[in-house]
Design a protein around this ligand. Sequence first.
Ligand code: COA
Length: 213
Amino acid sequence: MSNIVIKQLGETPYSYRDVVGLIHAAFQERREEGLLFSCLSITEDEFRAKVGDDGVVFVAFDLEDGRLLGTSVTHQRKDKKGVLYGYNELLAVHPDARRCGIASSMLKTRLDYHRQAGSEYVLSDTASGATSSIRYHLKNGFKIIGLRSFPQTNYFSYLFRIQLIKETFGQRLYANDFFCRGVYLLSALRTRFVRRADGRYTRLAGLFIKRKG
Ligand SMILES: CC(C)(COP(=O)(O)OP(=O)(O)OC[C@H]1O[C@@H](n2cnc3c(N)ncnc32)[C@H](O)[C@@H]1OP(=O)(O)O)[C@@H](O)C(=O)NCCC(=O)NCCS
């Protein structure tokens, strides 16, 4: 790990194409698990569009041999209450460089970035069957607060949250396991009632919507 450096993509010689190649290699693990992540086939243009004008791409590389070993993207957004928060996505570590702490170091960099930018909390999501990713989140202090269903996948996703500012009672609640479990449970019930894993409505929700319409 001593040779590993983390920087914003623009400060390095790596291109979007290099980053997309790394993402494809890293997400093979998910294909083998039968989880159809859209990242498996993401193109350079799609990646660029996802990053957009306000996204920040971080990369981790070996200073000695120049190998690109990790990447992650983060955005700052505003929630319904106007509170600033961070959203982390497209985290990938090369299969040859796993369990060396690269993902955790990149997370530290992104959390520092969000602290400085004034984000109150940071969100992230991953498939409910993606064991290594779930463990990485939990080990690094994220709490599971929701269940989501995204179109064109074949899995439900956990929504993770890590609270950066803990000044008010409401903010401190999100650092509490018991509270987060309750929030998760309500979200999971709602999602399971309304959505299938691939984002379509369940039959039950479909009937309800038809009757209302
Ligand atoms: C998930 C992923 C990013 C982890 O990267 P990493 O650099 O190996 O993670 P770290 O070394 O920082 O690991 C931190 C902790 O996560 C957990 N963890 C990571 N990989 C694990 C695995 N294969 N099995 C069990 N726990 C694992 C461990 O608790 C680990 O701490 P430890 O090694 O001290 O026990 C990497 O496996 C990956 O790129 N996977 C495919 C793409 C992906 O799933 N991205 C995330 C989608 S949101």
